[in-house]
Ligand binder design. Structure first.
Ligand code: ZN
Length: 614
């Protein structure tokens, strides 16, 4: 596939959602902490009516099925209140959250709106108990140093966490969320990823955003010339963004090629399904044998196209299957990939005969209960018709590796209306001017390299670390940067790789240990065993005792003499080169409780005595 994205006319933009690490939620005073489902203190039900727009233009039967009133179940906690339950009006907007969003807007050179109006955005998937999400436009028109344009920055409330299909947890509902939207100004997969990285860097620079999986989500909008706008939802891995864009461009190119091929062949779709249930009554395919109905349709002159790969692991048939699955069926079979899955050659011949299909045609079948089958076959016909148009406008979800699957039609203009329960907030020029701009992490990295002599990689690790402020504090108090970095970063990383739970180690305890090392009470070699003792829940004093029992200089001399005597042959053989290996043995025995320099000095004297003795 061509790498010339300019020739393809690639246009992309991103929308980043990041949870803010405020004390309280956006419209109530509950804490913004995530709970385990087992900690729930109650649950309740809500009935929400899903509207037909979710499914686009569907037939009446399917539409009615979707129009059914759905029951949603919600878990409550001692950290949620009646606002999350939608039984009490929202409190005024959290000003701490607003300040964070305004700060980010200021970093991006944006203009705040003079008056912030909270709006209601309809949400019908049950993730909001109220049936809408509150959202407020905060600032507009910014530009990133790399040139990407930021269109808007909004402050929103986070949705409830879905546990399964219609079951939600309310701990997450109402956590403040910043939404940053770029204009469709990006033209290569790399530019999209770099822009996402840059926005991520700005967000992290505030030091006031939540961290960890799921706290940041990227939506990517992509189209190519003659393609269509496709929105890919919820990309969580930053490193996969360019791949997602590449694969979507590839998919749109492939769909346009299929469109041309369909035209060239004079292909068409037989819109009347044929009941082929009886053909598979003895099938080895359990799905087909057990189905109460099997429907088939013929795509004239489409052989080879339904099975054509349009993205790694995805075919045109996969797209049709996604549409069919909306009706509750497990998937579909098509003759481009048959015989397979227990379907025999003979069954394929009979199937093609039943539909009068020639080798140039493709036959698709679905098997399930009659109602689902009928719904699914209509969806397949609908998607097949779209293949003649090229690329459908869709919202898609990411699959592992960066390919995507159909989720729902692209929503029209967001259905929003004013939230009258929340007062508007005026942002005075003074308030905006007074906001302090935090040091950008890219600048922090440069400073750590220059002032502390760290390598770029280590400086980067330290700048992004949650222990960054503790690290800076100990350096300010006189600890050498190299030692501080080892304590707050490198050693912790090594321990973490060994499977030790380093999150249990408090910054203050590390500070205590560093002070003890600095005053000469313990040797810096003991850092690693002491930190792992802290991870086991020991107090700093205990950890020092266990990991590094005190050894007096006298004891040390005796230990060294014994080790040297035991290895005198080795020493005579190697001469002074024996110092290194024996040093290791001694340090291991004293478990880092003594300064390496002292050990080295005594050891050298001891070794030279051995070497002088005939
Ligand atoms: Zn609450």
């Amino acid at each position: 596939m061509s790498e010339d994205y300019a020739a393809l006319g690639l246009v992309a933009g991103i929308e980043i959602h990041q949870q803010l690490n405020t004390k309280e939620k956006l419209f109530c005073r509950c804490p913004t902490i995530i709970r385990e489902a087992e900690e729930a203190n109650g649950e309740f039900f809500r009935y929400l009516r899903a509207t037909k727009s979710e499914m686009g233009e569907l037939d009446r039967a399917a539409e009615e099925e979707m129009m059914q009133v759905r029951q949603f179940r919600y878990l409550t906690y001692d950290t949620t209140c009646l606002v999350e339950n939608d039984e009490e009006p929202p409190a005024p907007m959290n000003q701490e959250a607003l300040d964070i969003v305004l700060t980010i807007a200021k970093v991006c050179g944006m203009t705040p709106v003079p008056e912030i109006h909270t709006m209601r955005k309809l949400v019908i998937d049950g993730s909001n108990t109220s049936g809408f999400q509150r959202t407020a436009l905060v600032a507009m028109n910014g530009i990133l140093p790399g040139g990407a344009e930021i269109e808007t920055v909004c402050l929103e409330e986070e949705a409830a966490q879905r546990i399964e299909d219609t079951f939600f947890s309310l701990d997450r509902l109402g956590i403040p969320l910043i939404e940053i939207t770029t204009s469709p100004c990006l033209h290569t997969p790399e530019a999209v990823q770099e822009t996402a990285a840059q926005i991520g860097m700005i967000l992290r620079s505030t030091g006031r955003v939540k961290r960890g999986l799921g706290t940041i989500r990227q939506d990517i909008n992509i189209s190519i010339r003659e393609g269509a706008r496709v929105e890919i939802k919820g990309v969580q891995e930053l490193d996969l963004i360019s791949e997602v864009v590449r694969r979507e461009a590839q998919r749109q190119v492939a769909l346009l090629e299929i469109r041309e091929e369909l035209k060239k062949r004079g292909a068409s779709i037989e819109k009347t399904p044929v009941d082929v249930t009886s053909l598979f009554s003895e099938s080895k395919s359990r799905v087909l044998k057990n189905a109460s109905m099997i429907l088939a349709i013929k795509l004239n002159k489409c052989a080879g196209l339904v099975g054509r790969e349009i993205q790694p692991g995805r075919r045109l048939g996969s797209e049709m299957s996604d549409y069919a699955k909306k009706c509750g069926v497990g998937g579909l079979f098509h003759t481009d990939e048959l015989p397979a899955y227990g379907v025999t050659e003979e069954e394929v011949v009979n199937l093609k005969a039943a539909l009068s299909a020639s080798p140039e045609d493709c036959v698709i079948i679905v098997a399930d209960k009659p109602q689902r089958c009928q719904c699914a076959i209509k969806q397949i016909i609908r998607r097949a018709e779209m293949a003649f148009e090229g690329v459908p406008k869709e919202t898609r979800k990411m699959l592992e590796g960066g390919s995507t699957a159909y989720m729902r039609p692209l929503p029209g203009a967001a259905r929003m209306y004013p939230e009258t329960d929340v007062f508007q907030v005026r942002v005075t020029p003074e308030r905006f001017a007074d906001l302090e701009i935090p040091e950008m992490i890219d600048d922090t990295i440069a400073r750590y390299m220059k002032e502390f002599g760290l390598t770029r990689e280590v400086a980067r690790q330290m700048a992004y670390s949650e222990r960054r402020s503790a690290f800076e504090e100990v350096i300010a108090s006189g600890i050498k940067p190299a030692l501080a970095e080892r304590a707050f970063n490198s050693t912790l990383r090594e321990l973490s790789r060994e499977g030790i739970l380093i999150t249990r180690i408090a910054d203050d305890d590390i500070k205590t240990i560093l002070c003890a090392i600095n005053s000469g009470d313990i040797a810096k070699e003991a850092l690693s065993p002491i930190l792992s003792a802290l991870a086991e829940g020991k107090k700093p004093e205990e950890a020092c005792e266990i990991a590094a029992p005190k050894v007096t200089e006298n004891e040390l001399t005796l230990i060294i003499e014994r080790i040297v005597t035991e290895r005198s042959d080795f020493i005579r053989e190697r001469g002074n080169a024996a110092t290194g290996p024996i040093m290791g043995v001694v340090m291991k025995e004293v478990r880092g409780s003594v300064d390496g320099k002292v050990v080295n000095q005594i050891l050298r004297e001891s070794i030279s005595r051995v070497l002088k003795t005939p």
